[in-house]
Design a binder for this molecule. Structure first.
Ligand SMILES: [Zn+2]
Ligand SMILES: [Zn+2]
Length: 162
């Protein structure tokens, strides 16, 4: 039955990371560490490929690397290896959706036509509509508020009539 525990660790870590990403985005990146995140909210066409914001990739790699090392080294802590895998899979998803699909840092795929992918795009677009530390909305990535499944015009109409 240990395999079930390990699968649970991968899935649990993956889901937990969406919460962690939301939490750090809302309270750290738009808080104490805004100076690292700021350039992700400002237009910057001509100043190179990397943003200061990319440092967070390295920060999130630390707990995952620690999980891999401890989980591989100590048989009693094997489950940590699978938590590390869950964190990595989330990191990969975040990179593909946030950096490739939404921000087009690599032109690998552009148009995804599913209602869910469009909702993700709208939600993150709403986050970027504000270029300051305060007043932003939708800090998560994969969990999208229901309203973003509607088009902007439909959302406005719904807000006006309520
Ligand atoms: Zn932000
Ligand atoms: Zn973004």
């Amino acid at each position: 039955m240990t395999w079930l525990l390990y699968v649970g660790c991968v899935i649990g870590a993956y889901i937990g990371m969406e919460f962690m990403a939301w939490f750090t985005h809302k309270y750290l990146m738009h808080g104490l560490l805004w100076s690292w995140h700021e350039d992700h909210h400002k237009p910057h066409e001509n100043d190179g490929f990397f943003e200061k914001n990319d440092r967070f990739f390295l920060v999130f790699a630390i707990p995952s690397a620690a999980c891999y090392m401890l989980g591989a080294y100590y048989p009693d802590l094997r489950y940590l290896l699978y938590i590390g895998i869950g964190i990595s899979l989330y990191g990969l998803t975040y990179f593909l959706i946030h950096d490739v699909y939404i921000h087009q840092r690599f032109k690998w795929f552009r148009q995804l036509e599913s209602p869910y992918s469009k909702a993700i795009l709208r939600a993150h677009g709403a986050h970027h509509a504000i270029q300051t530390k305060e007043d932003c909305e939708s800090f998560g990535l994969l969990i999208v508020a229901r309203k973003y499944f509607k088009r902007r015009s439909e959302r406005k109409r719904a807000a006006a009539s309520s």
